[in-house]
Design a protein around this ligand. Sequence first.
Ligand code: FES
Ligand code: FES
Length: 167
Amino acid sequence: MTQNEKLTKLIQLTINGESRPLLVEAHWTLSKVLRNDCGHTGTKEACNEGACGSCTVLIDDIATPACMVLAIEQEGKNIETIEGLSKDGQLHPIQEAWLEEYGAQCGFCSPGMIMSTKGLLIKNANPTDDEIKEALGGNLCICSNYEHIINAVRSAARKMSKEQANV
Ligand code: FES
Ligand code: FES
């Protein structure tokens, strides 16, 4: 066995509903693999130590900083990135809310904020402001656009509840 064979492993990851084989090194984080090997550059990297939330994705519906988990440990789980949100050219209600409420200034934090919002609204369709602040507490916005972001989450919750009611 060569040195390379010892360090790499062929794994199967399910990303945005699609299963794909990936040859990864044991120490590669999920954020690196998403960005460098899958082209999902919507997953942003800044601190690389779990402190900013810009790399947040959903793993089995739980908002998770992708820089803090190893890709090799994600086999058999459903990974959802910002690229998986819009369907058939139609923005997801959370993305619509972000646009309407000016949730983005520079936009760098938006993918992570939006994925944390989706994780929150999956478990709590009608969060209070305190619950929104708590759920987004790990996501930092260097532009300090928090007021608009919280408005966007409120609006997304209303939109999604309305959609549910119409199903
Ligand atoms: S880049 Fe992952 S939390 Fe900052
Ligand atoms: S909008 Fe710029 S970092 Fe949040």
